[in-house]
Design a protein around this ligand. Structure first.
Ligand SMILES: O=C(O)c1cc(=O)[nH]c(=O)n1[C@@H]1O[C@H](COP(=O)(O)O)[C@@H](O)[C@H]1O
Length: 272
């Protein structure tokens, strides 16, 4: 999916919600646990309940890897179940020396057909470029993350340029790819910095996790982060997929996603 198509989906659904499929087998409602593939059954019902309300799904690969070969099967089935006009993100946070990155890219873009993958930038250009070689596929580079430890390294200031490390990441990586292949992760908990980040990367999409369970504020993020093509995919996982731990989990997920989507519709109307 290209940038224009993504924006078309955002306008069509009046939503820039990405539902995080962080499916923890221990949190799946008990009535599903006897299914042949409880993880897929849970995801299927979450997707059915939220498909009209979001433009992207982001399975966090750790939740599937942790289950061994069965987890990879559930992931593959989930990916195949998601309609092709919905953007998919492999939240794998990969990145290694060039030949290894090339194989990670092959795993997520060829073996599985994700539209995008999250990549850690700290091994530099040769670790990111192999992911950028795939046509119509996206790299989502960690810039300023949502977690408390984000400050440990990302805020370190360069003695040369005076820029923070996350700012250097954003500026340098723009030499490697255009906004048609590259997005940045900016945590919703960094709302006060998102305006400054938008200045550094005016045209790029930002993947913004951290609303809901981590306490980030959707209105603030949108006010300072939106660009003329929206430029935001705002992720929420736990708040939506575990809205109920009972038989009504899909209905509860739909109701939470509807709240977020309705707020997004208002924000899109007032800001675009
Ligand atoms: O790359 C990510 O998606 C990510 C980056 C970041 O800075 N913070 C962050 O929470 N995430 C992911 O976004 C999801 C957040 O989930 P919830 O806090 O449950 O909405 C998890 O899958 C995290 O791994």
């Amino acid at each position: 999916m290209n940038r224009t198509q993504l924006f078309e989906q955002i306008k069509k659904k009046s939503s820039y919600l990405c539902v995080g499929l962080d499916t923890d087998v221990d949190k799946i409602p008990t009535h599903l646990r006897s299914a042949a593939d409880p993880v897929f059954e849970f995801n299927k019902q979450i997707i059915d309940a939220t498909i009209d309300l979001c433009v992207a799904y982001k399975p966090n690969i750790a939740f599937y890897e942790a289950l061994g070969p069965k987890g990879w099967e559930s992931l593959q089935k989930t990916l195949e179940y998601i309609p092709k006009d919905v953007f998919t993100i492999a939240d794998a946070k990969r990145g290694d020396i060039g030949n290894t990155s090339a194989l990670y890219a092959k795993a997520f873009f060829e073996h599985m057909s994700f539209d995008s993958i999250t990549v850690a930038p700290y091994m530099g250009e040769d670790s990111v470029k192999p992911f950028l070689k795939f046509k119509n596929k996206w790299v989502i580079l960690l810039a300023h993350t949502s977690n408390p430890g984000a400050d440990d390294f990302q805020l370190l200031q360069s003695t040369g340029s005076g820029k923070k490390l996350y700012e250097e990441v954003i500026l340098k990586s723009q030499q490697w790819a255009t906004p048609d292949k590259l997005m940045y992760v900016v945590g919703a908990t960094q709302a006060e910095k998102i305006g400054g980040i938008r200045v550094l990367a005016p045209d790029h999409f930002f993947l913004v996790p951290g609303i809901g369970a981590q306490g980030g504020d959707l209105a603030q993020v949108s006010k300072f982060g939106m660009n003329k093509q929206c430029g935001l995919l705002v992720n929420s996982a736990r708040n939506i997929i575990y809205a109920s731990s009972d038989k009504d989990f899909a209905t509860a997920a739909k109701s939470e996603a509807t709240k977020v989507r309705n707020e997004m519709e208002n924000l899109l109307n007032s800001l675009l």
